[in-house]
Design a protein around this ligand. Sequence first.
Ligand code: NDP
Length: 279
Amino acid sequence: MPKRLAVLGQPISHSRSPAMQTAALAALGLADEWSYEAIEVAPEDFDERVRALPGEGFVGANVTVPHKLAALAIANAASEAARAIGAANTLTFGDARIAAENTDATGLLDALPESPAGTRALVLGAGGSARAVVWALVDAGADVSIWNRTPEKADGLARELGASAAETVDAADFDLLVNATTVGMGASTQASTDLKSLPIDADALRERHQLVDLAYGAVDTELVRAARARRARVVDGLEVLVRQGAASLRIWTGLDPPIEVMRRAVRSDTWQTKTDPDT
Ligand code: NDP
């Protein structure tokens, strides 16, 4: 029986996940048995569509905007991370069972070159992905501050997840900087002025800084370019995408994901300027 996988979202047509996961399945020698596709699902159809998937041969699914909360709600088993974050991006189907995990959190940690334990971390944003990032960093032992354009949301998230909220930011006070806002998302030209929307002064970036930008596009984001120009260490959004996808693939197959193959697939030339920044 073929084993089907999918990414569910709306919109979904420009997702990088099918190319990335299909390349990974081939490299693992599973291409004949396993497949991975993109399925567009409207919010009002999500529950019914997910419940139909196991009967159609699906063994698991990634879930992206706008369904991550619904994915946790429909599951009858959830990891501690998914419960604490309040959202899931990975579903696994068993006998009358839907299990939920959030690999955005582990994906971030896996993308970092070293453990964030003991670092002073600044997270920009207080939306869905910021929740996963803050939870992961706090759980890993970082001292986390949150800045958000709407400060009340940063306050609420900080209280809930054991971080602190920051209304003003001096990059010099931090070792690790994570952009989890939509600023920079879908970057398609080098001429952006995205940094004006964020409280980070590019000139304050130093070699000792580790920068992570969850946003990505067809070209590097302005934040990534500024950090690279100042020789800061950089993890870009495509690397985080690869790592969350790899963590999902490990859950479904039980095999070590071929990270390099997945990296090549998400960065391939066939990716034009159209992006789905989240999957
Ligand atoms: P949400 O819509 O949940 O949150 C958006 C966040 O961005 C909010 O904090 C919002 O602030 C902030 N924001 C929006 N516009 C601006 C602006 N002009 N200036 C400053 N802040 C702004 O989005 P997600 O958390 O789902 O996604 C955030 C980013 O992370 C996206 O770019 C997404 O593509 C990327 N992502 C990447 C992943 C990867 O694997 N690389 C995985 C998941 C997400 P406010 O509260 O004030 O509105």
